[in-house]
Ligand binder design. Structure first.
Ligand code: ITT
Length: 213
């Protein structure tokens, strides 16, 4: 029997690498959205991580003909009333790099005292079949916004997301340590039975999927 496969519905290379690492324990080939020329980039119009994860997973499954796994995630900062939240990838405007975005966040937080710098990363993983059925799981990790960036690991806001128990930012952690505790790891652990169920349902009905690059 051909090896089971799914598509990770993300264009973010940092996320893709983590999703691949976290799903490596399953005997499944994880394709990237970039393997499917012309795959749509749906607008993330949802008000919640869950809504956006569902939008991305359903669009990718429908286009590729494969089970699709999408991640919508972001940084929720208490002192900013939950911002940037679902806007994390677009915080400060579309022209900014990851570094530009976290520098903007640090500037915004400059006067916030240490005790009020609490924040969390949240992630919802949605699992969709090409027939439109979809399920999801959530993961959260608590931390605080550092005063200055530290470390070069990970991606996005990792250099400024501080874990008090470890005395380190996500940017300072080896990938395996981040993957043992991250919001993404927790969401994917919850999604694992959903993924296995989707693959077993779909492999029974599957027609050859769209050609991959
Ligand atoms: P896709 O929609 O293509 O998956 P994206 O980067 O636009 O890529 P999101 O809309 O889910 O994804 O935005 C998530 C943003 O939150 C991401 O761009 C980072 O800035 C931030 N983020 C999420 N998880 C993170 C992590 O583990 N470490 C650092 N930053 C993270």
């Amino acid at each position: 029997m051909a090896r089971l496969q799914l598509v990770a519905a993300t264009r973010n290379p940092g996320k893709l690498a983590e999703i691949r690492g976290l799903l490596s324990r399953l005997d499944v080939t994880v394709r990237a959205l970039d393997d499917y020329p012309g795959a749509p980039e749906p607008e993330e119009t949802g008000a919640t991580f869950r809504e956006n994860a569902v939008i991305k997973a359903v669009a990718a499954a429908s286009f590729t003909g494969e089970v699709a796994v999408a991640d919508d995630s972001g940084l929720v900062v208490d002192a900013l009333g939950g911002a940037p939240g679902v806007m994390s990838a677009r915080y400060g405007g579309s022209g900014l790099s990851d570094q530009g975005r976290y520098e903007r966040l640090l500037a915004e937080m400059e006067r916030v005292p240490d005790a009020e710098r609490t924040a969390r990363f949240a992630c919802v993983v949605a699992v969709a079949l090409p027939d439109g059925s979809v399920s999801s799981a959530e993961g959260v990790v608590e931390g605080a916004i550092a005063r200055a960036p530290r470390g070069t690991g990970g991606f996005g806001y990792d250099p400024v997301f501080f874990i008090p128990e470890l005395g380190m930012t996500f940017g300072e952690l080896p990938p395996a340590t981040k993957n043992s505790m991250s919001h993404r790891a927790r969401a994917l652990a919850g999604a694992e039975p959903l993924i296995l169920e989707a693959l077993s349902r779909w492999s029974a009905r599957r027609k050859p999927g769209r050609e991959v690059r």
